[in-house]
Structure formats: structure tokens, C-alpha cells
Design a protein around this ligand. Structure first.
Ligand code: CO
Length: 136
């Protein structure tokens, strides 16, 4: 069911500081910041040959990562994103297996313009899992 690891996401308290650290200290290629109000975050992607690291900063009053940063003020690993070719089929398969889908259970459009869903961390050993539909 799973394809590649699309990205690993880190919540950071200050995106400018995090971008400077990755770009200037590590010499990495970092995308321009992209606000995603529907997800309550601003994101950049650090681009690697084999995957991406997503840096997330809270956006707005009810950010989905505010609670995480309250518990982890220095930031930390927030979720891992796996690619699937059919997100509704993957969702239905997981629901039938007893996994919990966060939010409405309907996919939202993520940072790459593709449908995404999040799976409850308690069902995946303490790690929040994002599924992203990537065709072919
Ligand atoms: Co993500």
C-alpha cells in the first residue's frame, strides 16, 4: 500500500531561524515559505535527493502544531509522510483495520497540491502519520 517516504516533518518555533540553520549551516536547498491556513502552519521544504524535510511553523490562532510546540518548545519531529497511490482506498483499508483518521476523515489538499490525511499517533506507535496521494 505504501510508496516512498515523501517527507519527514519537524515542528520549529521560528521558521526564519530554522531556514537559516539548514540553508547556511548545513548548506541545504530550502524552498520559499508557503502559508497553509487550512492546516494552521507555514511550511518550507528542505530538498534532498531521496526525500524532503518539512519545517513547520504555527500559523494563526488555532494551529494544529501549537500543542506540540507547547510540549516541545525547542521543536521536534512532528510527523512522517508516506506516499499512497489511492488515498481513499488506503483510508478505507485502514479504517476497516481499526485505525483512526484525524479530523473529518476526508482528505485535505496539502503543501504539494495533493490530497493528504493524518492517522492517529496512538495507532502508529506514538508517531503521527501523514498519507499523501501521489499518482504514478
Ligand atoms: Co507533512
Amino acid at each position: 500500500m505504501l510508496g516512498r517516504v515523501n517527507h519527514i516533518a519537524l515542528a520549529v518555533p521560528n521558521l526564519d531561524v530554522a531556514v537559516a540553520r539548514y540553508r547556511d549551516s548545513l548548506g541545504a536547498t530550502v524552498s520559499v515559505p508557503q502559508p497553509l491556513p487550512e492546516h494552521g502552519v507555514t511550511v518550507v521544504f528542505v530538498v534532498f535527493d531521496n526525500t524532503k524535510v518539512e519545517l513547520l511553523e504555527p500559523l494563526g490562532e488555532n494551529s494544529s502544531i501549537a500543542g506540540f510546540l507547547a510540549k516541545n518548545p525547542d521543536g521536534g519531529m512532528h510527523h512522517i509522510c508516506y506516499e499512497v497511490t489511492d488515498i481513499l482506498a488506503a483510508r478505507d483499508h485502514l479504517k476497516a483495520a481499526g485505525a483512526r483518521i484525524l479530523g473529518s476523515g476526508e482528505p485535505k489538499i496539502g503543501a504539494h497540491g495533493n490530497p493528504v490525511l493524518f492517522l492517529h499517533p496512538k495507532d502508529f506507535f506514538g508517531t503521527l502519520v501523514e498519507l499523501e496521494e501521489v499518482k504514478g
